[in-house]
Design a protein around this ligand. Sequence first.
Ligand SMILES: [Zn+2]
Length: 261
Amino acid sequence: MLPGHELEELAQDIRKNGLLFPITTFEKMILDGRNRWAACKRAHVKPAFVEFSGEDPVAFVLSNNLARRHLPAGKRAEYAVKIMAVGEVWASKGRQKINASNEAFIKEKDVARVTGVSRSTIQRAKKKLAHKQESDKNASNEQVFDSLGYPIPELALPYWYRIDEVKSILREIAKLRSIVDQLYQQKDPLYSEVDLGYVHVELGNIATTFKGAIPYAVCTLCQGEKDVEDCQLCRGRGLISQFRWEHALPPADRDKRQAQN
Ligand SMILES: [Zn+2]
């Protein structure tokens, strides 16, 4: 962000002349114009937004951030995390599939290079941000519900918030699986002694097994409240997976929970 006096100057200019360039957004994130947004708030002028409509929001953010190399490392690290977040949204929209090299759509090392901060600084900034988001969530005192609409007890919340961690592991497995699939189709003699079909199927099984780490419902045995540590069903999470919910519960437990909702 701009230092206070420059932000004030910008605010005065916006008060006098209006906002000349709208703020660019993408999926509710400001891609470009954070200073203009802050200045509008300061000037009590309603900001104008334009949703990014180009082909590649990541490239857009990267080019806008090239001009920010003079900022302190901490600020640049924040931008780096934001770029990674935009990249992830972009990837989740299926754009990753058109990347023939089968690599992450946006690589941390490229972001590090463009923003001029080290990868470890980016990692730290990412953790800091995640931590802040979590404490914001906790502080907001809002009740969080499981996939069935049952309130999640506080003990189980930290595990609930780690869904993305598991999902990113699953994405890695999927990537590996598609590499194996390509090798299988190429019939390259190098891999003639590797049963790629088997590996492909096994990786699918591994992904299915890993999905057990995604919390789905509050544990029906300990209710995520007491004796969570010793609970044989959730094994300390206070939460169980969708598979467990659907296939490994006495039907009476399911009915009882559903009656509570
Ligand atoms: Zn339990």
